[in-house]
Write a protein that binds this ligand. Structure first.
Ligand code: 4AD
Ligand code: MG
Length: 432
């Protein structure tokens, strides 16, 4: 007999098949039992008629506990009431693994309880929907950069340098030397761009940030494209096309997940319309001050109320461009005719989700870069290889980093970033 998954059901209507599944719920009366099942991919119903099955199987069905695993055998039939469109008329049930007192029940649980049971919480419908969207964003990312002619380059995770500043580094021993977990693959991607033109990376990054907000993870995944012979304005066009492509693909390919998440599709549709608005840091400060925010002055970084106001003002993701050099990393070049702002942009998502992309053009002048490295308190010896890139056929180039979990949280419209990654690493949590 053929073993299928419920996703294949449309090709098996009227046929007898087997499906491996877990019991999420059940309901039974004297003559009929309804099993609510999930096979890891789809949720579906198994209908068990007492008259059709052995006494033993019917008794088993009546006693099945939440999250017991079973192999059900039966006939696939259409079921117009379910979103999936199909159900199984069950002929027999084999119990594979028992489950008793499953801790996560349909009742409300507190966040700490759910986080302590993350290994089981992942089995719930909403978590499955979020992981489906995450998977689609990952898939669409590869599709986008492959179609745009980028080569994937994998930067190291154990590094000796600190691209985004030294305060947030995870320190580890590297035999008898020191090493750090990567905060960003960017510097290596710049070497990649000089070797291969257009490159992107996609991997885990680590920040020892003492931030306990709904936007911060200690370990998160970042997509970092880097493009040779490209100025910042062209990089912004790639960024907006990429983000709109992600939203488009989630809209087109994650129907069931968006229903479960109750995400408003019309809101998401707006985010597929280009271009995204652009505003300079200078103008953003003016806009804030003119709208009653007297707690921020030129030179300071935005807090989340500021970002939320700016993005909601435009009702779309918005690029804030050219920040003061004092609040950005060492590798960003000064804007033409200015000695106080650098050529960079952050993309701020609306609805309060904050920064999803940070990017910039890169300093290409050897002497200037060397001076910046020293001014930022970094060691030129550690970064000699990076300086080398400015010695041999250096070209203007730009790049950016998109935070995967921030993007998942925003597109799903969920409350907290901890649900956007299977096993979140947070300030006070490394279990499970
Ligand atoms: O703005 P960031 O720090 O930029 C960089 O690391 C650059 N080197 C990227 C580049 O140009 N190649 O981080 C980029 C993005 C942020 O916009 C945000 O989406 C995400 O990474 N991010 C975090 N996500 C979750 N938790 C954290 N603690 C994050 N810190 C940054
Ligand atoms: Mg940033």
């Amino acid at each position: 007999m053929e073993r299928i998954t419920m996703r294949q059901a449309k090709d098996y209507v009227g046929q007898t098949v087997q499906i491996g599944a877990w019991v999420t719920n059940k309901r039974s009366s004297g003559k009929i039992a309804f099993l609510q099942l999930r096979d890891g991919d789809c949720y579906f119903q198994g209908v068990v008629l007492k008259a059709d099955v052995s006494e033993e199987v019917f008794t088993l069905c009546k006693n099945l506990q939440q999250e017991s695993s079973v192999v059900v055998t039966g006939v696939i039939q259409e079921d117009t009431r379910s979103k999936l469109g199909y159900e199984m008329l069950v002929q027999s049930v084999e119990l594979v693994g028992e489950s008793h007192d499953y801790p996560i029940t349909p009742k409300e649980h507190g966040t700490d309880f759910l986080m302590d049971h993350r290994h089981l919480w992942l089995r719930s419908k909403k978590q499955h929907a979020i992981m489906t969207v995450r998977n689609e964003i990952i898939r669409a990312t590869y599709e986008f950069f492959n179609k745009e002619g980028f080569l994937k380059v994998d930067p190291p995770i154990l590094t000796g340098s600190a691209p985004e500043g030294t305060t947030e580094l995870f320190h580890t021993k590297y035999f008898d030397r020191d090493a750090f977990l990567s905060q960003s693959g960017q510097l290596y991607m710049e070497a990649g761009a000089m070797a291969f033109g257009k490159v992107f990376s996609f991997g885990p990054t680590f920040r020892a940030e003492k931030s306990k907000t709904r936007r911060h993870l200690i370990e998160f995944w970042m997509i970092e494209p880097e493009m040779a012979f490209m100025h910042q304005d062209e990089s912004l066009e790639i960024q907006e096309q990429y983000v709109a492509f992600l939203v488009r693909n989630v809209l087109d390919n994650c129907d069931i997940a968006l229903d479960i998440l109750e995400r408003d599709r019309e809101v998401l549709e707006k985010y597929t319309q280009l271009p995204f608005p652009r505003i300079s840091y200078d103008d953003a400060i003016e806009l804030l001050n003119a709208n009653g925010f007297d707690d921020i002055t030129w030179g300071e970084d935005f807090g989340s109320p500021h970002e939320t106001f700016i993005a909601n003002h435009f009702d779309k993701p918005v690029f804030i461009m050219n920040y003061p050099k004092g609040i950005k990393p060492f590798y960003m070049p000064l804007a033409e005719g200015r000695d106080d702002v650098v050529v960079c942009a952050d993309l701020i998502a609306p609805e309060g989700y904050g920064e999803i992309i940070g990017g910039s053009e890169r300093e290409v002048d050897y002497a200037q870069l060397e001076e910046n490295i020293k001014n930022f308190g970094l060691d030129t010896a550690d970064l000699q290889w990076y300086l080398d890139l400015r010695k041999y056929g250096s070209v203007y180039h730009s790049g950016f980093g998109l935070g995967l979990e921030r993007t998942v949280t925003w597109i799903c419209g969920t409350e907290h970033i901890r649900e956007a990654i299977p096993f979140p690493r947070l300030l006070n949590r490394i279990y499970p």
